[in-house]
Structure formats: structure tokens, C-alpha cells
Design a protein around this ligand. Sequence first.
Ligand code: ATP
Ligand code: MG
Length: 395
Amino acid sequence: MFKAFLIKYAEIGVKGKNRHLFEEALAQQIKYALKRCEGEFEVRRTRGRIYIDVLSDYYDYDETIENLQTVCGISAICPMVQVEDEGFDKLCEDVVAYMDETYEDKQFTFKVDTRRARKNYPMESMEINASVGEKILDAFPEIRVDVHKPDVMLHIEIREHIYIYSIEIAGPGGMPVGTNGKAMLLLSGGIDSPVAGYMITKRGVKLDAVYFHAPPYTSERAKQKVVDLAKLVARYSGPIYLHVINFTDIQLAIYEKCPHEELTIIMRRYMMKIAEEIAVKNECLGLITGESIGQVASQTMHSLAVTNEVCTLPVFRPCIGMDKQEIVDISHKIGTYETSILPFEDCCTIFVAKHPVTRPNLNIIKRHEENLTGIIEPLMEKALETDELIIVSAE
Ligand code: ATP
Ligand code: MG
């Protein structure tokens, strides 16, 4: 039934002279999402609007909507019925048929809103609104008109073809990826970090990612799980360059040389340091983590302050003020939850102490890190050399 879509976008409409770049990026991301859909499509930008035309006879409506809902920057998707201009009476028939098919229950108010982009159409918009409205009222006695606050806004757009639409399906909102630089996501196998990546990419930021792998303490399956999560996040962010770093020797060195209750916090500091090096090398403007205040010992205010101290790049923590349930809700929405809860250990869980510090003191931590002097530097070099780059695309 629907052969075209009108794409609505909110914030990017107000970006002044950048508008063109924003629209271009949005069109690119729409094309990226449509590549995953069966059927042939054309994305068109005309007069500050983006349209998608379905060119093929067959396409899967649900699949198309689902994929368009991964495009950051889209505020709403309007499926449009396309009819040919075969006179005004035929148009009225088409509109009545549209209303009948779209709304089973006719207990609502409506208003017709016509846009006449093709000026040689023989009637004015106001006249079309009134006459089409009358035909609808004749056809369905239950329906009423409300010009101020209609339940259904029925749009008729007259261009080369004529388009009828009234449904708005919500998109993710935000801004198109590629309009706001790039950041490095510390991606673990958990629930939080994929959500954090999504939140930042929704603001138009492209993502690279780093995963700290600790074989043989963490399995190949744990690594594959991270790759799978990256694939899911890549539906929103576009392809992700995922760096897998072998962290085992660093972890063992800390385990051997530092107090066990400080192990997690010291390990987190080295993760951040290495992530920052890779980020800088790859032109990322910040780091992203899934941390949330108070969620675990390493995420108390004291712990976060100590972890943060090693970084010079800004660290973005979009989950910082969320409860676990709020993060879980988003992970369901973006489709990462089921993968995140698969039971493969991550490298933090193997070495966790029974009673990790919750109020680490920076000076004491730094003093204990001195135990690593001379050992840790070559290990960090070595870890950076293990960098395995996996380019992850959405499937
Ligand atoms: P998540 O659900 O994202 O795994 P978490 O609640 O398990 O988070 P931690 O394990 O303390 O919390 O990790 C905090 C953050 O540090 C993660 O959100 C992630 O950004 C980063 N992180 C933790 N472990 C790794 C890892 N092995 N590789 C890359 N980043 C990691
Ligand atoms: Mg984790």
C-alpha cells in the first residue's frame, strides 16, 4: 500500500548554514539502513525534505520501518500512499479508500491539509481541503471535522504524483551520525556500554570501540559476544572499527604487585590510559563508558574520580545518572539486551576482589601503582601491539 516515505527530522532543521551537511549525512545514513532491507529504494532531498521512494514492486514494510528507526536524526517516518493524478473525483475516491483501509475504527476527528507543490494543479489547496473533507464526511458518518485539534491530520501532497499520508511513526530522534566527530567507546560484554555507545551516537557522533580481552581468562566466545554487540550498535552508528587489545599480562602484573582490593580500580585506570592512546591515534575526540554512579565499587564517586584522573580526553558517561532498570529499558529498545545477558565472563569478573575499595584515595592508589614501575610500561607497549582491528558492520 505504501510506496513512499516522508522523513521528518527535528533538530537539524535549525542548524542554519550547516543544514545542508546535516541533511546530506542523514540521507547517507538512511541509505546505509536501507541496504539491509529487501527491495530497491531511492532517497531524495527536495526543498528541505527527505523522501524515500520504493522503486521495486516488492519490499517488506515492517523490515523497512524497523531499519529506518535505527537512523539517528529521524524524528518521524510517514508512510505515504502514492496515487496518480487522474482527476479530482478519482483523488477523492482514493482518499476515502485510504481512510477506510487505514482506520478500522472511525470514531475520530480529522482535518485535511493539502500541499500543492505542483502549481498547475487546477484547484487551490483550500478548495481541495474543503471538498475532500466533505467527501470523507459523506462516506463515514462517524467521522467528524476538527480544524483546531484533529486526531488525524490527513495530508495530501500534490507533486508529479499525489501522496496521501496521515501516520507518523517515531524515529530515534537525535542527529545524523557523522555530523559531530568521533569518540572511542570502551565496549565490554555487559548491558551498559552498548547503551552508552547508542546514546552518544544518537547525538551524531561516529564510534570506534575498544575491547580488553584477557585470554585464557576470557574465552573466544566472550570476544565474539562483544563483536556481536558491536554489530547491533553499528545499526545505529554505522560501521565500527573495533580494537581488541590483549590485556592479560597487564592484569596479571597488577594482580601480582598491587593490593587485591585495589585491583579493579587500578585495572580500570590502565584500560582508560590505553583506550585514550588508541583514541588519540584514531582522531577520536573523547572516550565513552557505560559507568553509572554507585552501580558497583569501581563506580562510586570516589572511584570515578580516581579512574578519570588518568585521562586528558573528555570521558562521556551517558548512563551516569540512570538506574540499572533505565539502562536495561534502553538496551531492550535498541535490541542489545539479549546478547548482553549471555553468560560469558568479562575480564573484570575474573580478578574481582571480595571487598574492593569503594572510597579509593588517589595518592594511595598512585603509591601502589609505583610497584609497577619498570614493568608496566613495556607491557602497555606490548598490549598496544596486540591491537587487532575488526571492522564491524550491521547485519
Ligand atoms: P558493562 O555493562 O558496560 O559491562 P559494567 O556495569 O559491567 O558495565 P564495569 O565492568 O565496571 O561495569 O565497567 C565499566 C565500564 O568500563 C563499562 O561500561 C565499559 O565502558 C568499560 N569496560 C569494562 N570492561 C571492559 C572491557 N573488558 N573492555 C572494554 N571496556 C570495558
Ligand atoms: Mg562489565
